[in-house]
Design a protein around this ligand. Structure first.
Ligand code: ATP
Ligand code: MG
Length: 349
């Protein structure tokens, strides 16, 4: 689902990579195209049309570019491109959002932090995506005691906490076996329950070293010494904020993938960046975040870690060749466009 803005450009390159790696690995791929976001609104009158919904339900995995753009901002709320994304997330029950933040050594100078603080950074934030304060009831703006008040509700059930905690522990098992659960248990009852349930799930994973951190401290520690973390697991709003902060540690929005998974292992894979309307159609967007999303797709939905690693190695090799799109360009590097980068990745594979 290419979507809007640079979406079609970067997804085209990611599909070239997927097809090449499919040939290498003997994957029997069947690829369908789906409309989503503004592009779907323009063509079908809705950001998440019925045909897209049906295609999504048939799929083992979904690769998405990006949605949105200034031309859609005047649409009524329910027809905006972002609604397409919310629609597919809730439709497929994509409750677990995985956001790796990896700093490629070749790009160390792009970070705003000192090289020794971030070099070799490789952390994973697991964010709960379908619950918490963004979805809790009641919510609204109403008149109380002669003035208006706005309110939302932060609510998590035991089963919601349990399943996201399990994703966190399972991810930690495949990595450095350390999990940090982030909450605000000194202030919030919901966090007290969160901590209790995470502890309980932790008993099933005795090999994983579990720690807890308050979200304010976690924000500070993430900037002070991010390499102390392996996997972090947290709720929807805390995860929203922490994962953007973690992304900036790596300095390159065009390099970071994400996965959103449901309990059947079906996933939606997309770059963390948006539709970048300012550079759309110019052939200069960095396709690597989308290509690395393909790697996550192979790992988490198609169970082909071997092919995911091949793609990640190809990204490293192309960076070693000094090829750079404008967003990561620097002195002494060779400038390439979106297609040039895609071709180089296919050649590296
Ligand atoms: P959204 O609200 O959809 O998250 P946003 O307003 O946060 O979008 P982006 O679309 O992510 O913003 O763009 C932020 C900046 O990063 C823009 O200047 C954009 O050109 C740049 N950018 C985003 N993605 C890429 C990419 N793949 N390659 C190069 N530059 C990018
Ligand atoms: Mg954004």
């Amino acid at each position: 689902m290419p979507g809007d803005g640079i979406g079609p450009e970067i997804v085209a390159e990611a599909l070239k990579v997927l097809e090449r790696v499919g040939e290498i690995g003997g994957l029997d791929l069947e690829i369908e195209q789906g409309l989503i976001g503004g592009a779907a609104h323009d063509a079908a009158g809705h950001p998440y049309p019925e045909a897209t919904r049906e295609a999504a339900r048939r799929a083992d995995a979904i690769l998405l570019g990006a949605v949105g753009g200034p031309q859609y901002e005047s649409l009524e709320r329910d027809l905006r491109p972002e609604r397409g994304l919310l629609g597919i997330r809730s439709d497929l029950g994509l409750f677990a959002n995985l956001r790796p933040a990896i700093l490629y050594p070749q790009l160390a100078s792009a970070s705003t932090l000192k090289p020794e603080v971030v070099s070799g950074l490789d952390i994973l934030i697991v964010r709960e995506l379908t619950g918490g304060i963004y979805f809790g009831q009641p919510r609204g703006i109403e008149e109380r005691n002669g003035e208006r008040v706005g309110f939302n509700t932060l609510v998590y059930s035991e089963s919601e906490i349990e399943r996201i905690a399990r994703v966190g522990f399972e991810a930690a098992m495949k990595r450095g076996k350390r999990l940090c659960s982030v909450d605000k248990a000194n202030v919030l009852e919901v966090s007290e329950l969160w901590r209790e349930v995470v502890e309980r799930v932790g008993k099933e994973f005795p090999e994983v070293e579990l720690s807890h951190m308050y979200v304010d401290n976690a924000a500070m520690q993430l900037v002070r010494d991010p390499k102390q973390f392996d996997v972090m697991v947290t709720g929807n709003m805390f995860g929203d904020i922490l994962s953007d902060a973690a992304a900036m540690l790596t300095g390159s929005i065009g390099m970071l993938p994400s996965a959103s998974l449901n309990s059947e292992g079906v996933g939606l894979y997309e770059p963390i960046h948006g539709s970048a309307p300012d550079i759309a159609g110019q052939g200069k967007a960095n396709p690597m975040a989308t290509v690395l999303s393909v790697a996550m797709l192979l790992r988490h939905s198609l169970n082909r870690n071997d092919l995911a690693e091949r793609i990640e190695a190809a990204v490293g090799r192309v960076l070693d060749q000094a090829l750079r799109t404008p967003d990561i360009f620097g002195e002494g590097m060779k400038l390439v466009g979106t297609q040039g980068m895609g071709d180089a990745l296919v050649a590296a594979l």
